[in-house]
Design a binder for this molecule. Structure first.
Ligand code: ZN
Length: 448
């Protein structure tokens, strides 16, 4: 892709008092994230109304000319648990299974002891961190039933970020013995709890297919779909999950998710086989992968390249805030190294695909169709990197796409714009273009 042959933008948008243009920037435009130099982005009432190379917004539109900025769509964090942000590093020395797994994991004990105020403060700090990292939306698997979703809503109040909350049961609905028998469905109370959570949540999350019977997986899907809400599930975090599921049901946990639960997307798939990844692709199911979290827990690095090769739409998430910083940008930076280590070559993964995994692909996985790309009709929600920063200057000059996934940090962000409004950093006020002086008036002929 070259910068200067990108398609021109659409026709002018309306030019009322709330229209302004960012001009002269380098921007990753459209669904293909096409690097475009001397780009113009026109914004009207918080939406993009035109975007393209050297697009002229017209004389009536105030503009801000910033050739020093590299503009990407705002990042989406495809998977988080911000409810444990108050316990960051408290479990740094705890084995992953002992840390995270309900009901006895250290995380669950800490959460049970914490006050609502502590949890809300931690969640709010996690969201403030995400905003500074250029995150404009995230989807959280919120614990603690309906109350947990309510706490997240409180924590998000007034912050310029879209907080999508998928609730879950406050307590596990089945005993181990019931799960081993794989018979029986959700109790009336457990079904009522799902309906109650869906009243205020954006959807429902299944912690693992191994925590529900096959009948309960189908019931859960029916309840969520009847409410018109979104559904997602953790799958295949470790090979032990597959073995547990096979022993109880004759199918792997990821196969049961794909065939019975049919969620909008899967999370992790770190231990998925190539055939399971192909099955996810055939089912049109996106996978949100969390490479740093799973590497940090000692579970392994999710098969990003294998999933892409299988035809899966892969997005990135950062998982538990207590283990990992909530920056998808750092996720991409880590994944470059991890996949190169795994494959023994520098040919993959391409920086463009990694940028897509935290923008356009993630927006598709989360159903946030107004986010994820700098395209006409989308929200004017983007990250502007300072190409003159000491960290980025040489890197951007050599390879702008690689600069973004291999070097850029939150410290290089000049501004984050959310719905047309600058929420991180500052951008000068757009001004009307100076009117060109007209031709000099003709001098009267005659003796002077
Ligand atoms: Zn998770």
């Amino acid at each position: 892709m070259t910068a200067d042959n990108a398609p021109a933008g659409s026709a002018n948008g309306p030019t009322g008092p709330d229209t302004w243009a960012l001009t002269g920037v380098t921007a990753l435009l459209g669904e293909e994230l096409t690097p475009t130099r001397q780009a113009t982005i026109v914004i009207t009432d918080g939406r993009i109304t035109a975007a393209g190379h050297l697009h002229d917004p017209g004389p009536a539109v105030p503009r801000l000319h910033r050739p020093d900025l590299l503009v990407t769509p705002g990042f989406l964090n495809g998977h988080t648990h911000i409810g444990d942000a108050a316990f960051a590093e408290a479990g740094f020395r705890t084995e992953g299974v002992d840390l995270l797994y309900a009901p006895d994991g250290q995380r669950w004990q800490l959460m049970a002891r914490a006050t609502d105020e502590q949890l809300v403060t931690g969640m709010r700090q996690a969201m403030q961190t995400m905003i500074r990292c250029g995150v404009v939306a995230f989807e959280d698997f919120r614990e603690q039933g309906r109350h947990g979703v309510d706490l997240l809503r409180q924590a998000a109040r007034g912050l310029p970020i879209r907080a999508l909350a998928l609730g879950r049961h406050a307590d596990l609905p089945f005993t181990t013995e019931q799960l081993q028998a794989n018979t029986g469905g959700l109790s009336e109370e457990a079904q009522a709890e799902i309906r109650d959570i869906l009243d205020i949540a954006d959807g429902f999350s299944v912690v693992s297919p191994n925590q529900l019977t096959d009948t309960a997986l189908a019931q859960t899907a029916d309840l969520v779909r009847a409410a018109g809400k979104r559904l997602a599930a953790h799958v295949s975090e470790r090979d032990a999950d597959r073995q547990t599921s096979l022993a109880r049901t004759g199918r792997s946990d990821i196969a049961r998710a794909i065939e019975i639960l049919r969620p909008d997307y899967l999370v992790h798939a770190t231990a998925a086989t190539p055939e399971e990844l192909r099955a996810a692709a055939r089912a049109g199911m996106a996978i949100v992968m969390c490479p740093r979290s799973h590497a940090g827990l000692g579970f392994g690095v999710p098969p990003y390249l294998g999933a892409v090769a299988a035809g899966v739409n892969v997005a990135l998430g950062t998982d538990n805030v207590m283990t990992t910083t909530p920056s998808p940008h750092e996720e991409a930076n880590f994944l470059v190294k991890a996949e190169r280590w795994r494959t023994g070559t520098v040919r993959h993964p391409g920086p463009g695909r990694l940028l897509a995994a935290m923008t356009v692909n993630a927006a598709q996985a989360l159903g946030a169709t107004d986010l994820g790309s700098l395209s006409v009709g989308r929200a004017a929600t983007f990250v502007a990197f300072d190409t003159a920063s000491p960290n980025l200057a040489a890197s951007v000059a050599n390879d702008p796409a690689a600069a973004l996934v291999n070097r850029a940090t939150a410290g290089d962000i000049a501004a984050v714009v959310f719905g047309g409004r600058t929420v991180v950093g500052t951008l000068d006020r757009p001004t009307l273009p100076a009117t060109r002086p007209g031709p000099a008036p003709a001098q009267p002929y005659g003796p002077s």
